[in-house]
Design a protein around this ligand. Structure first.
Ligand code: PLP
Length: 382
């Protein structure tokens, strides 16, 4: 008899993890591996945020907090959403959790009954289908168009009576694409006319180049009422380890999410919440240098990667999604690692077999080495 639940067995081993393991082993054996798999900024959390957290500990702010998160943080989030995204929320409509990942998990736990469907646009962040399945739902994949954005004709054919929600992620992991206002409007129309929810994952909103991020919830009161905005401090402020994310939604959803959170983790760490409060209050000045550096790296890659490699034009996040003459992604990632010592993530984990994801959350020196080696591979094989 297996001790494990059917739920646990739903999760497939990931190709990314086994490649990461292999890359680590190769590095440990002394090989000069360039790692382009990283999903977090390579910058440290700004010192001022750390100092505020240290002061918080010294002040003794070390106890459980309200389930939804401390009021001053929720107020700061409301101010940010109003000022930067044109969204008016009350603090009671905000729930702070242990990272945006946990926020997403809480939402799916709150809205899904067994067999309910969630539309997930391909290519997707690996965790979406896993989370939906763990919460009893069924991931329904939606095709992409020639710009690697949601094929709206395909969504229409995928919506059924069981559809509860659609996930939108802009800027996107794994492609780095950013949706235009017109495209978001089209998606909003579909959400409204089918009365489903839009789970809008905006964690990369600040890592965006030459463009403005638009939150789907800002388009009208009608779509705002059907949207759960998901965001956090991990990517924007280089705070992945602090584990603070949040949702903004109408009160009835926020209350259910808080009820579930209250019985699972109670609330996120009091110290991390204070640190996130400081980061959000201070805003742009804490991360502008980092964004400028990401842009420089993105421009370097676009300029220097072999023109035989195809990719959707990256306008945000810190990823590029590359196609090498349709070579299968598992094989390509394996060969790049073994033959050129460059670690990448196969697209299979994002729902696309013939693309690989690279991350430029690494320094210029590594990127120069990576480009040289990748271009050499292209010369030898394409
Ligand atoms: C698209 C997307 N959403 C959410 C997250 C989760 O972020 P957090 O660190 O806040 O849990 C990630 C992290 O990689 C991500 O890529």
């Amino acid at each position: 008899m297996s001790f494990f639940s059917e739920r646990a067995n739903l999760l497939k081993p990931s190709a990314t993890l086994s490649l990461n393991r292999k890359a680590k082993e190769m590095r440990a054996s002394g090989l000069d591996i360039v790692n382009l798999t990283v999903g977090e900024p390579d910058f440290d959390t700004p010192d001022e945020i750390k100092e505020f957290a240290i002061k918080t500990i010294k002040d003794g702010f070390t106890k459980y907090t309200e389930e939804k998160g401390i009021k001053e943080l929720r107020e700061a989030i409301c101010e940010k959403l109003e000022k930067e995204n044109g969204l008016k929320y009350e603090p009671e409509e905000i729930v702070v959790s242990n990272g945006a990942k946990h926020s997403l998990f809480n939402i799916f736990l709150s809205i899904l009954n067994p067999g309910d469907e969630v539309i997930i646009p391909v290519p997707y962040w690996v965790s979406y289908p896993a989370m939906v399945s763990l919460c009893g739902g069924i991931p329904v994949f939606c095709k992409f168009n020639d710009k690697f954005k949601i094929d709206t004709n395909d969504i229409k054919t995928k919506i059924t009576k069981k559809t509860k929600a659609l996930i939108l992620n802009t800027p996107s992991n794994p492609t780095g694409i950013v949706y235009e206002k017109k495209e978001i409007e089209e998606i909003a129309d579909i959400v409204i006319s089918n009365k489903i929810l839009c789970v809008s994952d905006e964690v990369y909103e600040k890592i965006i180049f030459d463009k403005e991020h638009i939150s789907i919830a800002s388009l009208s009161e009608e779509i705002k009422n059907l949207t759960v905005v998901v965001n956090g401090v991990s990517k924007t402020f280089a705070m992945t380890g602090w584990r603070i994310g949040y949702i903004a939604s109408k009160r009835e959803i926020a209350d259910v999410v808080a009820k579930i959170q209250g019985q699972s983790t109670s609330a996120p760490s009091s110290i991390s919440q204070k640190a996130a409060y400081f980061a959000i209050k201070e805003g742009d000045r804490l991360f502008e240098n980092m964004i400028a550096e990401f842009k420089k790296r993105r421009d370097f890659l676009i300029k220097n990667l072999s023109s035989k490699i195809k990719y959707p034009y990256p306008e945000g996040a810190f990823y590029m999604f590359l196609n090498f003459n349709d070579i299968n992604s598992n094989l390509l990632s394996k060969r790049l690692l073994e033959e050129k010592l460059v670690a990448t993530v196969p697209g299979e984990d994002f729902g696309v077999d013939n693309y690989i994801r690279i991350s430029y959350a690494t320094n210029m020196e590594n990127l120069k080495k990576a480009v040289e080696r990748i271009n050499e591979f292209v010369k030898e094989n394409l």
